[in-house]
Design a protein around this ligand. Structure first.
Ligand code: BT5
Length: 325
């Protein structure tokens, strides 16, 4: 009911919609409409009530409510089903559970805050309430597990494009899963999967994007290395619009990848990459390496030229662009 009233108010926007026409359209009493208007106001919608005229939608809150994410969403399947949480432990955790139960392809899990958001190797992800996009997308591509890394990379291209479209600033990509602005991390992507040896059963693409976090919000270990779109653009950014554009760009690139493979996307990725070529240190689980980044290949692996001249191929790892010793 709440959703239907909202729909009618949006359709009428910027005009008021009479209480009577809402009652008629939905077959409910005026008292019932009024009660639902109160609920919408509690949810953060600003609705003016004009005697003898009706209800007028004044503003929509910047919460990532399913009815807002899906309203005028420009995708075929991505983000059409939304699981919304005010607070979640981790949207990736929830998405994995939903995927195992067969949630719809393209389902989106989104939270205003995460209490146990995480990155790779169980590293923590700072996810304060209402200030970022903390979400996960469920996909069921028919692929082999070794074909997964390019999907993380196409996600970073989609996010960089969305940042450019909505905020107007150029973000850079750091292999394999980070987005940077002015040398600081603004976004991380965590791809997880359920798979058999030969086939992926489901993919969960987790996105942590710092949108309206203030510099003083970051806990001390992150202050030096993390940033947000608001800090860099000096303006608050609509998380809702940004999420919708991310979903649109992600779906476009996903379709390109399904049809044409990774090659056309890799060209875009390389243009956005901040360290090709560059001198980096790469930390893998057991060892550290230093060298020049030669290339990133079609499987998403980083090719590093070591001081010996040998070229080594890395599928995972953490590279740092600064403090090369
Ligand atoms: C990542 O891991 O960068 C992937 C992060 C993915 C988070 C999303 S949020 C929605 C979804 N649900 C989840 O539970 N996760 C995903 P990694 O490359 O391992 O980087 C982790 C490191 O980034 C940490 O050890 C910190 O140093 C740093 N970090 C933590 N929070 C940050 C933040 N908000 N902004 C920038 N850096 C952060």
């Amino acid at each position: 009911m709440k959703k239907q009233i909202l729909y009618l108010l949006k359709n009428g926007y910027p005009q008021a919609v009479s209480g009577e026409s809402i009652c008629k359209a939905l077959g409910v009493s005026r008292t019932s409409v009024w009660k639902h208007i109160q609920v919408l106001r509690k949810d953060g919608y600003e609705i003016a009530a004009q005697p003898n005229v009706g209800y007028r939608l004044v503003s929509v809150p910047d919460f990532l409510y399913p009815e807002e994410v899906t309203y005028n969403l420009d995708t075929d399947f991505l983000g059409r089903t939304v699981y919304y949480y005010k607070e979640a432990d981790s949207t990736n955790q929830i998405a994995k559970g939903l995927a195992r139960q067969g949630a719809a392809d393209g389902s989106l899990v989104v939270a205003e805050a995460q209490s146990a958001g995480h990155g790779r190797l169980s590293r923590g992800w700072f996810s304060p309430y209402g200030k970022g996009i903390w979400c996960s997308v469920i996909l069921y591509p028919k692929i082999n597990p070794i074909e997964v890394p390019p999907i993380t990379m196409l996600t970073s291209v989609a996010i960089a494009r969305a940042i450019k479209e909505v905020v107007g600033i150029e973000a850079g990509i750091k292999w394999p899963n980070d987005i940077y602005l002015k040398g600081k991390k603004v976004c991380g992507i965590l791809t997880e999967m359920g798979a058999e040896m030969e086939q992926v059963k489901y993919l969960v693409l987790g996105v942590g994007l710092n949108v309206n976090i203030e510099a003083e919000d970051f806990p001390s270990p992150l202050k030096e290395v993390a940033t947000s779109l608001k800090i860099e653009s000096t303006q608050p950014v609509s998380r809702l619009r940004l999420l919708q554009v991310i979903l649109k760009e992600l779906e476009k690139l996903y379709f390109v990848w399904l049809k044409e493979g990774f090659a056309p996307i890799l060209i875009q990725w390389k243009k956005l990459c901040v360290h090709l070529p560059g001198l980096v240190r790469l930390d893998s689980l057991k060892e550290s390496w230093e060298g020049w980044t030669e290339d990133v290949d079609l499987s998403g692996a980083l090719l590093l030229r070591l001081s010996t001249g040998e070229i080594r191929r890395f599928i995972t790892g953490e590279i740092s662009l600064r403090e090369v010793t």
